[in-house]
Design a protein around this ligand. Structure first.
Ligand SMILES: C[S@@+](CC[C@H](N)C(=O)[O-])C[C@H]1O[C@@H](n2cnc3c(N)ncnc32)[C@H](O)[C@@H]1O
Length: 236
């Protein structure tokens, strides 16, 4: 069967007012989507595999309301205590309650409302130096030269970049259409198949990574997730 061609469609969550009840509901649905994709355990495994020493500072790009990062912290905080995690998103969505939940785990979450392409300028001087960058359900928003530029930017910020994105194939597309039966709202019912169509397969992310001196790892993890890691050689 021919591979599913990659196609980017604007996701409704990206254009709705963040306070719109449909957007609020869809962000809640993302917790379910991430659970079905095993995104947190897959990202945690990739981070532990590729970040050799316990990190002090992590940057998540496209972090949304921070709930994905909070679940990561719940998995990693015992092994990686005292991490500062900067949560960059162009929408300002991280609540005080979420920040307190990080503190309870011994992590410090610092929201950074900014467009990813404002990096590194959007970072303060004290923000220089991350041990790793992570992204979940974010890179599939970009293609071509823009994706290449974004990955180039990330390569300059940390020795390790880890991403978990939708795996693009017909089985994932079929499964994404079943989310309505699990109670997902209209925005999620639109955005989930759109995300799969914009997702990755094979070594498509690696093909957009141009920075030299990195070892790249990419492949399908579980049924629905494309995992990617770029590790600077000799600097794990
Ligand atoms: C599908 S959500 C994923 C949120 C989170 N990573 C998660 O797994 O729950 C994608 C996020 O990317 C953010 N985003 C899209 N384009 C962006 C950009 N150019 N700069 C910063 N954030 C962006 C959106 O605001 C949204 O919160």
């Amino acid at each position: 069967m021919a591979p599913l061609p990659r196609r980017l469609v604007t996701e409704q969550l990206d254009i709705l007012d963040p306070a719109d009840p449909l957007a609020v509901g869809s962000r809640r649905d993302l917790v379910l989507v991430n659970r079905l994709m095993f995104a947190v355990p897959i990202a945690a495994r990739l981070l532990q595999r590729h970040v050799a020493r316990p990190p002090r500072r992590i940057l998540e790009v496209g972090a949304g309301d921070g709930r994905f990062a909070l679940q990561l912290a719940r998995r990693l905080a015992k092994r990686w205590p005292g991490v500062e995690i900067v949560l960059l998103d162009r929408q300002d969505l991280v609540t005080a309650e979420t920040r307190r939940a990080f503190v309870a785990l011994g992590w410090l979450a610092r929201p950074l409302p900014a467009d990813v392409f404002a990096l590194p300028g959007a970072l303060g001087r004290e923000d220089a130096g991350f041990d790793c960058v992570c992204a979940n359900l974010f890179l599939h928003h970009f293609e071509g030269e823009t994706l290449r530029r974004l990955l180039g930017l990330l390569s300059s910020l940390a020795p390790v970049t880890v991403a978990t994105e939708p795996h693009r194939d017909r089985a994932s597309l079929f499964a994404s259409h079943l989310l309505g039966a699990l109670g997902a709202n209209a925005v999620t019912r639109h955005d989930a198949p759109a995300s799969v169509r914009a997702g990755f397969c094979g070594r498509e992310l690696s093909a957009h990574w141009e920075a030299a001196g990195f070892t790249l790892h990419e492949g399908r993890h579980g049924a629905f997730t494309q995992g990617f890691a770029a590790v600077r050689e000799g600097r794990r």
